[in-house]
Design a protein around this ligand. Structure first.
Ligand code: HEM
Length: 269
């Protein structure tokens, strides 16, 4: 008898069970179910990013980086109220940062690369957290759940999309000088001129105002949940967190709103 033959009085042996058996096409033959190999964990620190807690951490840290940028950017833009020379010199100084240790604009590009990385990571974490939440709860939220989560929280993804759209228009307008935005007077390095000639157009000023109105709830909820995501959420600290969220939002959004309003009304020309 060969190894593959069986004695007639013995029952037909099925293949070794590698999982729950399913009936094959041929009668009386059991076929083991194909089992997926468990996903190999990603190396550190990517394995942390596969969890909801890790993604929240990444959102909080990249969000904090973006908040620092917004603060520095708003302080720099306040020079619009001083003079054309002050604003233009400030912009030139940014390009010359760390010169002559590094060639002109090299340090600025390093900061830009960091900023782009923060934006990209922040948006990816937001997207994958949303996908994760949908997988965990495919049914829609009930009215009661909506009451529990506040308005700023629920609208984060919409305000985020509006801010991103604003950012693209803003860069095309003031950094790249794209002509389809009625930027025919845009001159590289003449920042004051570029801001005043473009924001004196009511529709462009309107886009800036809408961008800042979307930024307000996003910043408020972001600066409130930042500490919670990092694990700092004792109820004793809640009034402090709320105060910080209100103050930070006002410090950024009020001056940012004042720039297009001042230019479009002719207060700055
Ligand atoms: C409404 C108020 C704002 C005004 C008046 C303003 C003004 C400016 C100006 C004049 C520049 C060009 C600077 C230069 O060429 O040296 C600039 C660049 C930039 N702005 Fe704004 N900005 C405003 C709001 C924002 C907001 C809310 C964001 C982010 C969401 C933002 C992100 C940027 C970025 C990423 C750059 C490019 C920086 C670079 O090229 O190094 N700005 N902004």
């Amino acid at each position: 008898m060969t190894a593959t033959q069986q004695a007639p009085d013995q029952p037909i042996r099925s293949l070794p069970a590698a999982g729950p058996a399913v009936k094959g096409l041929t009668p009386n033959i059991d076929v083991p179910a194909v089992q997926k190999r468990p996903r190999r964990p990603a190396p550190w620190p990517l394995d942390l990013y596969q969890t909801a807690v890790g993604k929240k951490w990444v959102m909080a840290v990249s969000g904090a980086g973006l908040m620092l940028f917004l603060f520095a950017h708003m302080i720099g833009n306040l020079k619009l109220f001083l003079s054309a020379a002050e604003l233009d010199e400030y912009s030139a100084a940014l390009r010359e940062l760390l010169y002559p240790i590094l060639p002109n604009t090299v340090f600025l590009w390093i900061m830009r690369a960091g900023l782009i990385a923060f934006f990209a990571i922040h948006m990816h974490a937001a997207y994958s957290l949303t996908v994760m939440n949908h997988r965990a709860r495919p049914t829609k939220y009930s009215k009661r759940d909506y009451i529990a989560a506040n308005w700023a929280n629920r609208t984060m993804r919409y305000s985020g999309v509006i801010i991103f759209a604003f950012l693209l228009i803003h860069l095309a307008n003031l950094t790249w000088g794209w002509q389809f935005l009625d930027n025919d007077q845009w001159v590289f390095g003449q920042v004051y001129n570029n801001v005043t000639t473009s924001l004196s157009q009511w529709w462009l000023a309107g886009i800036y105002i809408i961008g800042q109105l979307a930024l307000a709830p996003h910043l408020f909820h972001g600066s409130w949940s930042l500490f919670q995501s990092l694990g700092i959420n004792s109820p004793r600290l809640n009034p402090l967190r709320k105060g910080f969220a209100y103050a930070f939002t006002a410090i950024i959004v009020i001056p940012n709103l004042s720039f297009p309003i001042a230019v479009v009304t002719g207060a700055v020309r």
